[in-house]
Design a protein around this ligand. Structure first.
Ligand SMILES: [Zn+2]
Length: 135
């Protein structure tokens, strides 16, 4: 930052001229400027995250016990409703073995029925399955 270089040059000149009190003031200004820069960085990050969340919030819709987004014809999701409703975090839910049910890897939202039309585990054994084959 050019401002820091200018302050450093002013400080050096004051130090060389023996103006120690003014030199100390310049150092104080430099310190405050660094604090402001740090705060600005934090606020810029927060602002970026809030913009992203606003963008996501605008595109989320609730369907079949979960949130989804749509990009053109593609439907993305399912996203955990607990994580979004509590923390505004978009967490992809994971299949949990049964094609109708999903788990959230982040919270305790487990076995959520996402696809009610998909049947539960097929209880029918495979055609060539013979449980007595080893006997
Ligand atoms: Zn969750």
């Amino acid at each position: 930052m050019a401002l820091f270089d200018e302050l450093k040059a002013i400080g050096k000149t004051l130090q060389e001229a023996g103006k120690i009190e003014l030199y100390g003031q310049v150092l104080g200004v430099q310190e405050k400027l660094m604090e402001i820069q740090k705060r600005l960085f934090t606020l810029e990050n927060e602002n970026r995250q809030l913009k992203e969340k606003l963008e996501i919030k605008g595109s989320l819709f609730f369907e079949n016990n979960a949130y989804w987004t749509k990009e053109g014809d593609n439907k993305n999701g399912p996203y955990c409703s607990c994580c979004w409703d509590n923390d505004k975090k978009v967490i992809h839910m994971q299949p949990c073995g049964n094609p109708a049910y999903f788990d959230c890897p982040k919270c305790r939202n487990h076995s959520v029925q996402i696809y009610p039309d998909k049947s539960e585990y097929s209880q029918e054994p495979e055609e060539d399955f013979n449980p007595f084959a080893i006997f």
